[in-house]
Design a protein around this ligand. Structure first.
Ligand SMILES: *Cc1c(COP(=O)(O)O)cnc(C)c1O
Length: 387
């Protein structure tokens, strides 16, 4: 074991995949998003997700696809970003599904001398203004060109820029997607996928959707919005939302989704020194912390090099089931926490997992949820366990 390490619980990943594919079986195909090294879980995770029922995956790039293929040679795999023309042969070798972002790209791609029949997905830009088609005649033209080629038009999709909880932009994107694909016969295209995890959990399924992509939820986080609690203030909030929803004719938001999702990633470290600090002494860079009383601290061999961010306000770690606050600055490879007298060198330190949720970690590091997972997953040695 290294001093600091990430544990990936494969049973939990399998459990999540099963729970999600069963609950959302109305989508015939569930595309597991495993970009960013499977959100920091590593491509070894793919087979656990597969066993749980995810039968299609998507990565961002050819490089990620190469890593995934070391663990699974055959599962259908969509590459979300356009593959460089000079590497179409590698894409064929890796047996990829390709995303087509515009007509220009398609025309050049179709001239490729590589002899391989690719499944293709047309990417629609319904308001993200990143990748994708913005003109319905071009969408139609693309479909015609593909149908005349050696390749198959397997899918058409878009990505939402917003979560759609009381925001008209979400509904506008759905409408725009329908408009941009209105010259296609969607019933002839096997995979129509509009959204990601939040679309799946917080919104009713769009009739045209036959597939869904999911990232964060698969790794064990219920991202569905929660209902407001009791009390007058919350009643007023709920009433305001209802009014807003009616006024702008917004689509329904599903709250409080009941599903047992289990986080699979946790991060542990060990204590490298225990030390007594007297009242009035300072700890860390800039002497930023002054002990108000005599305290005992544990020095931990972790810092922003381990993907934890250098922000430390409110940060705690768990030792023996107790939350211990960080004292002083977080350095590149070390930080200190205040501990009880009974803490010993053998005690395991949990940085993420157990009492410390991803949400907490995200708040005290100032990083987004996926960003936390990526950081701790990439920067620490990873160990896989089955329960
Ligand atoms: C990252 C990504 C997703 C997954 O999003 P989550 O919010 O993690 O579910 C889905 N679709 C595309 C195109 C993505 O880039």
């Amino acid at each position: 074991m290294t001093d600091t390490y990430t544990v990936i619980n494969l049973s939990n990943l399998k459990h999540n995949a099963k729970a999600l594919t069963e609950k959302y079986s109305a989508y015939g195909t569930h595309i597991g998003i495993v970009k960013g090294d499977a959100y920091g879980h590593g491509y070894e995770s793919v087979n656990a997700l597969y066993e749980g029922g995810i039968r299609y995956f998507a990565v961002s790039s050819l490089e990620e696809a190469e890593e995934l293929r070391k663990f699974n040679r055959t599962v259908p795999l969509l590459c979300l970003q356009p593959v460089a023309f000079s590497r179409i042969d590698d894409a064929a070798e890796l047996n990829l599904t390709l995303a087509i972002p515009d007509l220009e790209y398609l025309k050049t791609f179709l001239k490729s001398p590589v002899k391989h029949s690719f499944p293709l997905h047309l990417q629609i830009d319904s308001g993200f203004n990143r990748l994708g088609f913005k003109d319905k005649k071009e969408v139609k033209k693309a479909a015609e060109l593909i149908n005349k080629s050696a390749h198959t038009l397997e899918g058409v999709y878009q990505h939402y820029a917003t979560a759609g909880v009381f925001d008209p932009y979400y509904d506008a994107q759905t409408a725009r997607f329908k408009e941009l694909t209105s010259l296609l016969d969607l019933s002839k295209i096997p995979l129509v996928h509009l959204g990601s995890g939040i679309a799946m959990m917080a919104h009713p399924k769009e009739e045209i959707a036959t597939a869904i992509r999911m990232g964060l939820v698969m790794y064990g986080y219920n991202i569905a919005p929660e209902s407001y609690g009791g009390g007058m203030k919350n009643k007023l909030r709920a009433a305001r939302d209802k009014h807003f929803q009616k006024k702008y004719n917004l689509s329904e938001t599903i709250r409080d989704v009941e599903i047992d999702l289990r986080p699979a990633i946790s991060v542990k470290t060990r204590i490298i020194q225990l030390k007594d600090v007297k009242a009035g002494e300072h700890i860390g860079y800039s002497a930023s912390y002054e002990a108000e009383e005599n305290i005992r601290i544990a020095v931990l061999p972790v810092g922003y090099n381990n993907g934890i961010g250098h922000q430390n306000t409110g940060r705690v770690v768990e030792i023996n089931g107790k939350l211990c606050p960080v004292v002083g600055s977080v350095g590149m490879n070390m930080m200190c926490v205040k501990v009880d007298k009974d803490v010993s060198y053998d005690d395991e330190v949990t940085l993420l997992g157990g009492e410390i949720t991803l949400g907490m970690f995200s708040r005290f590091s100032g990083l987004g949820l996926a960003e936390v997972m990526l950081g701790v997953g990439k920067n620490n040695r990873r160990y896989y366990v089955n329960d």
